[in-house]
Design a protein around this ligand. Structure first.
Ligand SMILES: [Zn+2]
Ligand SMILES: [Zn+2]
Length: 196
């Protein structure tokens, strides 16, 4: 076990990434039995208003013929905004991913590759070196849900007055404030009425 967390945390200057050292793996010098790595990062920018905070990861990296097998586990706190009500989101998130890294574009174009009994996704790694943090960040982006919600049944904002409907109904027409379920039911009843 090589603990790279110390090097990646050096230069602890809040959110100034410029002074942080990165943990880079030399993929051409991996031991045949594989390598266990761990690291952490105070924050990683995903998009303009989205970050991962308190990121910690562990990964196992093993050469497999010309390719490289990765088993990655990571935890972080996700900071962003709910895509329905725009309220800030601050929630713990984790990921577990196993995949194959390859410098062969043809293998990558195939999408997945069978290793033993596993069908693994292939990640394109054209360089001989790899920044652990960049790899982890990409996995979080890949596994990010299409819609990030503050809660599964977030009611969103009223399209007319902009009120956050999780905090109560507004004074607009009641039709617009019905839950999606009630609205669907109402629509279904209208269809029945139209039957000859
Ligand atoms: Zn929401
Ligand atoms: Zn309203």
């Amino acid at each position: 076990m090589i603990d790279t967390s110390k090097t990646s945390r050096r230069g602890d200057t809040g959110r100034d990434k410029s002074q942080q050292e990165v943990s880079v793996i030399d993929l051409s010098k991996l031991p045949i039995e594989g390598l266990s790595l761990a690291g952490s990062s105070e924050f990683v920018q995903l998009e303009e208003n989205e970050i991962l905070r308190d990121l910690n990861w562990r990964m196992f990296v093993q050469p497999s013929k010309k390719d490289i097998f990765f088993d990655v586990q990571a935890k972080a706190v996700y900071e962003g905004a709910c895509c329905r009500c725009l309220e800030p989101i601050d929630k713990p998130t984790s990921l577990r991913a196993q995949f194959l890294g390859s410098s062969d574009p043809n293998l990558v174009a195939g999408g997945s590759h069978t290793l033993g009994t596993q069908d693994l996704d292939v990640v394109y790694l054209p360089e001989e070196t790899l920044d652990e943090e960049v790899l982890i960040k990409e996995q979080f982006i890949l596994q990010r849900p299409m819609q990030l919600l503050c809660k599964e049944d977030c009611q969103g904002l009223c399209p007319y007055c902009g009120k956050n409907l999780n905090k109560g109904q507004c004074q607009c027409r009641p039709d617009y404030n019905r839950t999606p379920g009630a609205l669907a039911k109402a629509l279904a009843e209208i269809k029945l009425d139209l039957k000859p």
